[in-house]
Design a protein around this ligand. Structure first.
Ligand SMILES: Nc1ncnc2c1ncn2[C@@H]1O[C@H](COP(=O)(O)OP(=O)(O)OP(=O)(O)O)[C@@H](O)[C@H]1O
Ligand SMILES: [Mg+2]
Length: 228
């Protein structure tokens, strides 16, 4: 069974009198363990789509089913909060780490929110931080580590709770080439070893090539893979 099923998704933004049709009927599905890259020109609607998949925003029309839950208009905000907490790992272009907490605390936080004890959460977080090569940075604060390291903390934070779906929007957008390689290597390894389901929006060919499937988004529509 697909982990993600999207049918005829539409989203329109209103800017004063002007209506912009940003998503014009998106249909696709993703199987468990797939690593999908979505490419496409700026303004195509990629971030809009990812925000709908992560329940950060709601569609005007269409259907989204993630891990058996349909994100319909009548799902309550409190249910969506729990959905995001349990089902989705987000990685953004900017890591959005909590500055007043250490690296370790940033990664234990999603587990604590799910009810893990401090000891369990700390053990799991340390294991994941070791896998992204950051065991030596656990007691540092975000301001004391590099941009590349921060983005690997963001990966650790996203995967630590083993969510059914990981969504990443331009995760290498702010990285230099060395850190980009490192990031892709880490994401690739975790994805393969843990059979994670990942959807990544990216302009970077190197990251897109790491994916097992590539989709092209253009002007609010997904084009057939054969055209990519
Ligand atoms: N909250 C909003 N209100 C109005 N218009 C919006 C809003 N968010 C996005 N848009 C418009 O929707 C279109 C698609 O935006 P989106 O951010 O999804 O593109 P994108 O494919 O992610 O582009 P990029 O590659 O530059 O990140 C753009 O024309 C944008 O201006
Ligand atoms: Mg975008």
């Amino acid at each position: 069974m697909a982990i993600l099923d999207v049918t005829d998704l539409h989203k329109t933004y209103r800017d004063g009198e002007i209506l912009a049709d940003v998503l014009k009927g998106i249909t696709f599905s993703v199987e468990p363990g797939e690593f999908v890259a979505i490419q496409g020109p700026s303004g195509a609607g990629k971030s809009t789509l990812l925000n709908l998949l992560g329940a950060l925003d709601r569609p005007d029309r269409g259907k989204i089913v993630i891990d058996g839950l349909e994100l319909t208009a009548d799902v309550k905000k409190s249910q969506l909060d729990i959905f995001r907490r349990d089902k989705i790992g987000f990685i953004f272009q900017n890591h959005y780490l909590m500055q007043e907490f250490t690296v370790l605390e940033n990664v234990t936080m999603p587990l604590r929110a799910q009810g893990y004890t401090k000891a369990e959460a700390t053990e799991r977080a340390q294991q994941v931080l070791a896998r992204v090569g950051l065991s030596h940075r656990v007691e540092h604060f975000p301001s004391q580590i590099s941009g590349g390291e921060s983005q690997r903390v963001a990966v650790a934070r996203a995967v630590v709770k083993s969510p059914p779906l990981i969504l990443a929007d331009e995760p290498t957008g702010n990285l230099d080439s060395e850190n980009r390689h490192r990031f892709i290597d880490v994401l690739n390894t975790l994805q393969a070893e843990d059979k994670l389901t990942v959807i990544v929006v990216t302009h970077e060919a190197e990251l897109a090539m790491a994916a097992s499937r590539r989709l092209l988004m253009r002007d609010g529509r997904l084009e057939a893979p054969s055209q990519v």
